[in-house]
Design a protein around this ligand. Structure first.
Ligand SMILES: [Fe+2]
Ligand SMILES: [Fe+2]
Length: 174
């Protein structure tokens, strides 16, 4: 996980986190901070393990081992909302803008073009599941929803996503 650690310490990553925090300082709905990225990374990894899809993920992408798969899963999670601030400031889709920043950071720290493709595809897919979604994209999308405690959220009556969230129906999903 050394390459991911370097991304997290990179000034571009830190700057994006700062921009997200600044743009959301008065936001009553979900924030897109470091803790959210950690939560999504861990839940995505759990979903990959529990479903058994991790085996297909490794085989279909020709990955070396579980460690490489884990690094890619965490890299997708830790970068998936990195461009959220761009959506507030420039009106662009944060999944597309995030994939571009992810590609730049991953290339800088030695990820291969194939690894970059796997991660950026999943980041592009994290807002909704369409035909052609990858295993990682599907898990990232679900983990993103499971990471939020919607039923407990004081702003849920005004949230446009509330009805679509799994966590609006139960307090805790295991
Ligand atoms: Fe997002
Ligand atoms: Fe997210």
């Amino acid at each position: 996980m050394d390459r991911l650690e370097k991304i997290l310490e990179d000034s571009l990553y830190q700057q994006c986190l700062y921009q997200n925090a600044r743009a959301e300082v008065n936001r009553k709905f979900c924030h897109h901070d470091f803790q959210h990225m950690v939560d999504v990374s861990r839940i995505t990894y759990i979903l990959m393990l529990e479903s058994g899809d991790i085996r297909n993920f490794i085989a279909e992408n020709g990955l070396r081992d579980l460690q490489q798969a884990k690094e890619l899963i965490y890299t997708a999670g830790m970068l998936h909302d990195i461009a959220r601030w761009k959506e507030y400031e420039e009106g662009v889709d944060h999944s597309e803008a995030g994939a571009e920043i992810a590609a730049e950071l991953m290339a800088k720290y030695g990820f291969s073009s194939q690894e970059i493709r796997i991660v950026t595809q999943a980041i592009r897919q994290h807002r909704g599941i369409d035909a052609g979604v990858t295993v990682l994209g599907e898990k990232l999308f679900r983990a993103d929803n499971l990471s939020r405690a919607c039923r407990q959220c004081p702003a849920n009556a005004e949230c446009y996503k509330y009805g679509d969230m799994e966590t609006s129906r139960r307090l805790l999903i295991y």
